[in-house]
Design a protein around this ligand. Sequence first.
Ligand SMILES: [Zn+2]
Length: 397
Amino acid sequence: MRPPVGSLLVRGIGTLVTNRPELGQGALGELRDVDLVIDDGVVAWIGEAGASPATDSMLDAAGRCVVPGFVDSHTHLVFAGDRVEEFTARMAGTRYDAGGISTTVAATRGAPGSELRQRAAALVREAERQGTTTLETKSGYGLTVVDESRCLEVAAGIVEEVTYLGAHVVPPEYRGKEADYVALVTGPMLEACAPNARWCDVFCEEGAFGVDASREILAAGRAHGLGLRVHANQLSAGPGVRLAVEMGAASADHCTYLDGADVDALAGSDTVATLLPGAEFSTRSPYPDARRLLDSGVAVALATDCNPGSSYTTSMPFVIALAVREMRMTPDEALFAATAGGARALRRDDLGALAPGLRGDLVVLDAPTAAHLAYRPGVDLVRTVVRAGRVLGSLFV
Ligand SMILES: [Zn+2]
C-alpha cells in the first residue's frame, strides 16, 4: 500500500475538460476559470476559482488547459531488440506482414528479465512524460510458458492493466503444428499466465490465428476469469470484429478493414472499437474509417499500439494529431477517445474524465485548448502530469 497522498489544489485552470457534458459546455463538458481539488487520489471538488477548501499542496495551471490523463489501452511494452532495419526497408517499399513479430520473439527470449524490466519501465516513463496516466500492456513476444510468464510478471510490475497475448503468432517451432500451439496457449501457458493478467487477447488474422482457434482461446481465457480483447481486422477484412462482439470482448482493436456487418455489430454492442493510427502511419497503410464508426454510434478509443514492429511510439498526443488529420475525427472526438474512450475499452469507470469521485489523473497543457494537441503536431505541450493526486516527475516544471 502506498502512503496517503494528502490533498492537492490545481488552481488557475483556464479551461478544464471534464469529459462530462452535464458538468460544462459542449461535448467535452468544458469549464472556464475553475479550481480543482484532489483528495487522497480522488477528485473531491471542482468549482469557482478561489473558492476551494484548504489543501496540503498546490499546483498553479496559470490559465492553461487541463485535460484528463490519457488512457493508452493498447501497448506491447515488454520486448527486447528493435526493428529499425525492417522499418527502413518498409519505408523503401517492402510490405508489412505479421511475420516480423518472430524477430522480436527471438530477441525477447534471449534477454534477461532485468533487461526486459528496465526497458519496459523506460517506455512507461516516456509515456508518462507525454501525459499518459493509465497503460495497458501485453505479453506476446515470449510464446513459451516460461517466457510468456516472465513477460507478464514484468508487465504486472509496471502497468495497471495487463493482457495475456500468448496467441500473438504461432512461433516458428510450432509451424505446421498450430493445433498443438493452441492447446499450449489454452492449457499450461494460460494456467501460468492468468494470475498476472486481467485480460486475454488474440491476434485473429490470416497468418496468425483463424476464427475457430481464436474463439477457443478467448473462451479459455474467459473460463480463467479474464476479460477479453481481440486484435481484429488489422491487415485484411475478416471475422475478428464479429468474433469480438460475439464473445462480449471489451474491445476490438485496429478495425482497419471493416464491412457494414462489422460496423453494425459494433454499434449494437458494448465492444469498443480501439483505433491505432500509429500502426497505419508506421506501416504506410490505409487508416481505419473512424468517421463511419463514430457516425454509426460505435464507441471509439484511441491508443498507441506501442511495439517495436509496427508502431514504435508512446505518444498519445501524436495519435490524437493523426486521428484528427488522417481519420477526420474532430479534435473533441479525438481527445475524448484518447481518455474516456480508453477507459471504456478497459471497462474502468474510475478513469477517463474529471469529476468528483473519479481518480485524480490530469494533464496541464502548455496551451489554451485541447484542440492544440492536433493543431500543434509534434510539439511537446505536456507541462505537468498528475496521477491519483501525485505530480509525476520533476521534468515538467
Ligand atoms: Zn497490438
